[in-house]
Design a protein around this ligand. Sequence first.
Ligand code: S3P
Length: 452
Amino acid sequence: MPDDLIAHSPAPLAGARPRGALRGTIRVPGDKSISHRALMVGALAVGRTEISGLLEGQDVLCTAAAMRAMGAGVERLGDGRWRVDGVGLGGLAEPADVLDLGNSGTAARVLLGVLATHPFTTFVTGDASLRTRPMRRVTDPLARFGARFASREGGRLPLAVTGAANPVPVEYTLPVPSAQVKSAVLLAGLNTPGETTVVEPHATRDHTERMLGHFGATVRVTPAEGGGKRITVVGQPELAAAPIVVPADVSSAAFAIVAGLVVPGSEVTIDGVGLNPSRTGLLRCLEEMGADIAYLDERVEGGEPVADLRVRAGELRGAEIPPERAPSMIDEYPVLAVAACCAKGRTVMRGLAELRVKESDRLAGMAQGLAACGVTVAVEGDDLIVDGDGAPPPGGGLIETRLDHRIAMAFLVLGLAAKSPVRIDDARPIATSFPGFVPLMNRLGAGFAEIS
Ligand code: S3P
């Protein structure tokens, strides 16, 4: 989000043990990954796409503004209800100004995929966090289609992309398990004659594949030799506008789930949570730790499995979290670490290298923040190790959020369980993915309060 649209001074906030248990039923905002893709693919389709449940967080609003700047009709009709008038594949126009994608790695990387096979030049930038994040992971494979890039040192934003006029299809094996990279390559392949294939040795979220299928593209998914998947998109399809219902974001629900588990006596229900199997690693971990989570009214909405999740507080125990689970819960480690420090015993979260290149270095940020809250924590290589004794953690830390929404929310949740309040220096980043987090959690009884 451009800086001038954000309140200028930091907004410190504290989480403290509430007087009573957390109770009630809430619905968290729409899935961020699906929301970005709905706007992008809707803009590339022919006709009008009606979206309901769209996440209206700053990250997604950046994507909406970008698609509008390239000629798509993108209009807000009401709460989460949006209308996209697509320009047709290949029909985007050169934007008149730099695209500012704010804090959003997904917007930047996936959109670079779209731009790689649109033959004009676009300048792309982002906020101070996004400008530190690696972009070569997408510009390298996208250059193989014939796109050209000029970037800052280290392949960082701001960068300019000139899309290929005569793109050639690509077969690419992901060197890192990243749905953003996979999606960038598939969307570049969409406007390329022939077939583009991504091989992913470890499955990552598959919302792009589902969304493309929903709009009528041919996407074939077959097992890859040696494990994982081969995903092939047939280029230059007729993409037909199609209505989209965005489920509630499991990555946002995660904060309410863990809060409900660690505040004694709590019972919290979160309605309509998206349970795509490529996203549910956290729930599996929490269940292995002894969490009481019930899946109510399991159903399919808009092509994605959803359920109402009811969590009840109770004792948690430490667990070993294997590295191969990381892609299915990559955004949930901060809040899992909070659950871990309230649990009895040691939790070892293995294989977290990718956390170093998120909105902030989350491995370092979690370790420092937990230590500041009196938690026994260590980083060994790419593993995070947290010890708990089943009693409330000491708390009392002041946490630097470093433009990272999930660090901000995770430590506020820690404050709900800790002996002393936990303060964060700036709550503003929360609006990137979870607008309304504070009032929603306060409706359950969290009592998050501003501090001066
Ligand atoms: C996302 C993929 C993940 C995740 C991000 C959203 C997506 O990033 O962390 O919040 O929508 O594709 P990586 O692809 O870098 O793992």
